[in-house]
Ligand binder design. Structure first.
Ligand code: GDP
Length: 356
């Protein structure tokens, strides 16, 4: 599964947030037999459509899609030089598919700030500088090797060109994800600033509802997505039943928990979407990539569904709900039989026809 690595300076609230991420009970429901590493938190993707489908189909249970987060430990200034957790940290972060950078915005005199004062802008610069330095080192090692390989025809000139262009961008202080370069030829280098980013501002309650304060933080990271949460509130929310949690959220001026936001934005940042299936046993969301065609999407349920794919019967969620049943949707002409070139849309409710 694709994972999002959580990074940030020490004492910014990473562990507090990560504990909240691991404390929810998605695991037991979705992965009864899977062993999950202790540093992985699995969160469900909020999707109110599933509850509606479960009503229509009288489903016994609901299985949402999930997003996995990996806790990668803190970065300190000098991490790229092997300071602190340097090298292990770098290895873990290279494996993540996207990065969620936690930035401290809360003030608390009892919690020491490693750089002396709460300074989101400075912290972002420290972390991004470390990640850029680490990528530069990777490229400086890779380029001489690629030069040799291009001479001996073991590598493409395009690969070398992409590596050199990436190095130039980093030397100009540009994050690779903002560089506009085509980095596909050097994907295997696992460059960290080339990954999609989400910024998580861990802020005081007052900031959550302060549009101007949020906008000025958002500006620091645009065009990347920013999530605002109070990690302490998140760790309280996770222990409450749904109605108390909703009350606490409302009292802090939020309509969605930070973890739900993070799951939603993380899922999107990873380039993922879902389609839905429903029946008396379960109403379920299945994770696919954006732009996937019907047979590939069927393969997520079972490889036989992909191999023996014949057709997909597709009803849009809205059509199904307004018809009230599959039979009624069919008689209204709202059920479409789609072939192997059909590109899946988010919210498609699907039943696959296949040969065994
Ligand atoms: P990490 O080093 O980034 O993992 O940070 P921790 O999660 O261990 O948090 C460091 C300290 O800050 C702990 O004492 C937390 O209780 C506290 N802390 C974390 N988040 C918040 C927050 O949103 N508000 C306040 N006031 N304290 C927080």
């Amino acid at each position: 599964a694709l994972t999002i690595g959580i990074v940030g300076l020490p004492n910014v609230g990473k562990s507090t947030l990560f504990n909240a991420l691991t404390k929810n009970h998605v695991l037991a429901a979705n992965y009864p037999f899977a062993t999950i590493e202790p540093n992985v938190g699995v969160v469900s993707l909020p999707d109110p459509r599933l509850a509606t489908l479960a009503e229509v189909f009288h489903s016994e249970r609901i299985l949402p899609a999930t997003v996995s987060f990996v806790d990668i430990a803190g970065i300190v200034r000098g991490a790229s030089e092997g300071e602190g957790l340097g090298n292990q940290f770098l290895a873990n972060i290279r494996e993540a598919d996207a990065i969620a950078q936690v930035v401290r915005g809360f003030t608390d005199d009892d919690v020491v700030h490693v750089e002396g004062a709460v300074n989101p802008k400075g912290d972002l610069e420290t972390i991004n500088a470390e990640l850029m330095l680490a990528d530069l080192q990777t490229l400086e090692k890779a380029i001489p090797r690629l030069e040799k390989d291009v001479k001996s025809k073991r590598a493409d000139a395009a690969t070398l060109e992409a590596a050199v262009a990436a190095k130039d961008a980093l030397e100009r202080g540009v994050l690779l994800s903002h560089s506009g370069l085509d980095l596909a030829p050097i994907r295997e280098l696992g460059l960290m600033t080339a990954k999609p980013y989400i910024y998580v501002f861990n802020v005081d309650e007052a900031v959550l509802t302060d549009a101007a304060a949020r906008a000025s933080l958002e500006e620091l990271v645009a065009p990347a997505h920013a999530v605002f949460l109070d990690a302490k509130i998140e760790s309280e929310l996770i222990d409450l039943d749904p109605s108390d949690a909703a009350e606490l959220l409302a009292s802090t001026g939020q309509d969605e928990s930070g973890i739900d936001q993070l799951a939603r934005i993380g899922f999107d940042t990873l380039g993922l979407q879902t389609y839905l299936t429903a029946g008396p046993k379960e109403a379920r969301a299945w994770t696919i990539g954006k732009g996937w065609k019907a047979p590939q999407a069927a393969g997520v349920i079972h490889t036989d569904f992909e191999k023996g794919f014949i057709k997909a019967e597709v009803i849009s969620f809205e059509d199904l709900v307004s018809a009230g049943s599959v039979v009624e949707a069919r008689s209204r002409g709202r059920a479409r039989l789609e072939g192997k070139d059909y590109v899946m849309k988010d919210g498609d409710v699907v039943e696959f026809r296949f040969n065994v």
